[in-house]
Design a protein around this ligand. Structure first.
Ligand code: C2E
Ligand code: CA
Ligand code: CA
Length: 284
């Protein structure tokens, strides 16, 4: 048994080493991926829960790696943040999304329901060029600024407040809307809501899960608290990770305006969205 244990240990070390090498290789590849246009963009529909009509999209990056195939964001976004390539990568995602949104604009049901939501990492927000990047993407595409939503996670809002307020205010001044991503998973959630010019709360998936979890009697109360908080601060609320109809139903009953999740639609390649958009356009 002892020998076996040692064997396992050696195996473990070998797999750690492979992981480190893997990471280094991916990091190096990533620097070239942006130039080679290997970063693809998928779109997940955001749904107005009242009536279940289309309200817009969240933009999600995918890396079309030449030998590894489609690499999901958790495997490369942290690396891109570490080596700084997130700035160029994010710029490309933003420009692609704005250009795409303009092509789809007739399919959006109304001006209020016209969301193209892009994730911004903290590293991008630290880059002084971000305001010019966003302004440039809007100007070059012709997308109305209020159609663009920038998603920022709570953890970013918790650090470096003065500089962050200044940067976010400059972005706001362009006319875009700001959303707090994964709301409820960080700390001191309530204080920063007053300090930053936020428009939208995105309720994190665990609260949506809690809505139909029989072992979680407080689940409904927590989701309700977030919906009510958004309403009392005059913010829109988008629930994330809705996987079953009962969750959508419960959120609608609580007064949550919008939602997204596999129950409605998975993130899709732009080509796969044409049919859906055709339907939405026809239904208008
Ligand atoms: P996120 O911003 O919280 O995005 C939502 C994630 O949940 C997406 O994963 C989406 O595919 C997934 N999702 C949507 N509906 C459901 C559902 O009903 N059930 C479950 N289990 N999952 C659902 P994805 O695409 O793998 O992205 C992961 C994270 O990577 C994102 O989390 C975001 O933080 C980051 N990310 C993705 N694209 C970008 C980007 O362009 N820039 C930056 N900075 N980060 C990005
Ligand atoms: Ca997001
Ligand atoms: Ca999220």
């Amino acid at each position: 048994a002892k020998a076996q244990g040692k064997g396992r240990h050696v195996l473990f070390e070998a797999s750690m080493e492979a992981e480190v090498l893997d990471r280094l290789e991916l990091e190096a590849d990533l620097l070239r991926a942006v130039e080679r246009h290997e970063i693809a963009v998928h779109y997940q529909p955001v749904i107005a829960l009242d009536g279940e009509t289309l309200a817009g999209f969240e933009v999600l990056a995918r890396w079309n790696h030449p030998t590894r195939g489609l690499v999901p964001p958790p495997h490369f976004i942290p690396l891109a943040e570490d080596n700084g390539s997130i700035v160029a990568l994010g710029r490309q995602v933003l420009r692609t999304a704005c250009a795409q949104a303009v092509r789809w604009i007739d399919a959006f049901p109304s001006e209020e329901r016209r969301i193209m939501s892009v994730n911004l990492s903290g590293r991008q927000l630290e880059d002084p060029g971000i305001v010019a990047d966003v302004a440039g993407a809007l100007a070059d595409s012709g997308l109305p600024a209020d159609a663009l939503v920038l998603e920022i996670t709570e953890t970013v809002l918790m650090q470096d407040t003065e500089a962050t307020i200044e940067r976010l205010s400059a972005l706001k001044a362009l006319g875009v809307r700001l959303a707090v991503d994964d709301f409820g998973t960080g700390y001191s959630s309530l204080r920063y809501l007053r300090r930053f010019p936020i428009d939208i709360l995105k309720m994190a998936k665990p609260f949506v899960d809690g809505l139909v979890d029989a072992d979680d009697p407080d689940g409904r109360a927590l989701a309700r608290a977030i919906v009510d908080l958004a309403a009392s601060l005059n913010l829109s609320c988008i629930a994330e990770g809705i996987e079953v109809g009962a969750q959508a139903e419960a959120l609608r009953a609580l007064g949550c305006g919008m939602g997204q999740g596999f129950h409605f639609a998975r993130p899709m390649a732009p080509g796969d969205l044409e049919a859906l958009l055709g339907d939405a356009g026809a239904a208008r």
